[in-house]
Design a protein around this ligand. Structure first.
Ligand SMILES: C[S@@+](CC[C@H](N)C(=O)[O-])C[C@H]1O[C@@H](n2cnc3c(N)ncnc32)[C@H](O)[C@@H]1O
Length: 194
């Protein structure tokens, strides 16, 4: 039996977002992954390093709203480096609010990733998502701090297959779960350490 690719289903990758009511995006599986993870973990505090226009934040905040608890802290220096599309929190804020999540579930910190993470106590967040500067130096340093600060580390890199981030993942040699996605891969390190 041969299965013919049905062009009508070309749009299937956008359908699951519709199931949870999110508008279609360029990165549907990233959004679904973050949404499902946050619904499962029921975090009280999530730190996202690298927010840009808020593709991940919209989905994560939706989950927190449905959980009825938690705060999503979006940290960005708005440098527009490494895929940054926003020069201020106004853009992601508008997107999250447009999706219906009230402001009590999120806040923004305009800061360099290292400065912010270093100011955070050990184990003070449930999840830290590392998606800021994709150079080896930052991917590595941010992940080290994220492991210290969080119970779960999630590397959501469209750039996991880029040399700097890939090298950092190897050097960290974290125990984790790797999930392939359209943007490279996600890595979840459960238990905050090697
Ligand atoms: C790939 S984008 C983040 C994408 C976002 N997570 C999403 O779901 O669409 C990377 C972001 O990291 C930010 N960034 C780059 N270097 C940074 C640094 N050292 N500290 C904080 N943010 C940084 C950029 O301004 C950019 O917005």
């Amino acid at each position: 039996m041969s299965l013919k690719f049905n062009k009508k289903h070309n749009d299937m990758q956008n359908k699951p977002e519709g199931v949870i009511g999110l508008p279609p995006s360029k990165f549907p599986d990233e959004r679904l992954f973050l949404y499902a993870l946050m619904r499962a973990i029921q975090p009280k505090k999530v730190i996202e390093i690298g927010v840009s226009a808020g593709v991940g934040m919209v989905a994560g905040c939706r989950a927190l709203k449905e959980n009825g608890q938690g705060v999503w802290v979006g940290v960005d220096d708005w440098s527009t480096k490494h895929g940054g599309k926003a020069r201020s929190p106004d853009v992601p804020k508008k997107n999250v609010i447009k999706d219906g999540t009230p402001e009590k579930f999120f806040k923004f910190v305009s800061s360099d990733s290292q400065k912010y993470l270093k100011s955070q106590p050990d184990n003070s967040a449930d999840v830290v998502i590392v998606d800021g500067n994709h150079s080896f130096e930052f991917a590595y340093k941010d992940s080290i701090e994220a492991i210290r600060v969080s119970r779960y580390l999630v590397l959501v890199h469209d750039a996991c297959n880029l040399p700097g981030v890939h090298k950092a993942c190897n050097k960290l040699s974290l125990r984790g779960v790797f999930i392939t996605s359209s943007r490279g891969y996600y890595m979840i390190n459960v238990g905050g350490g090697k």
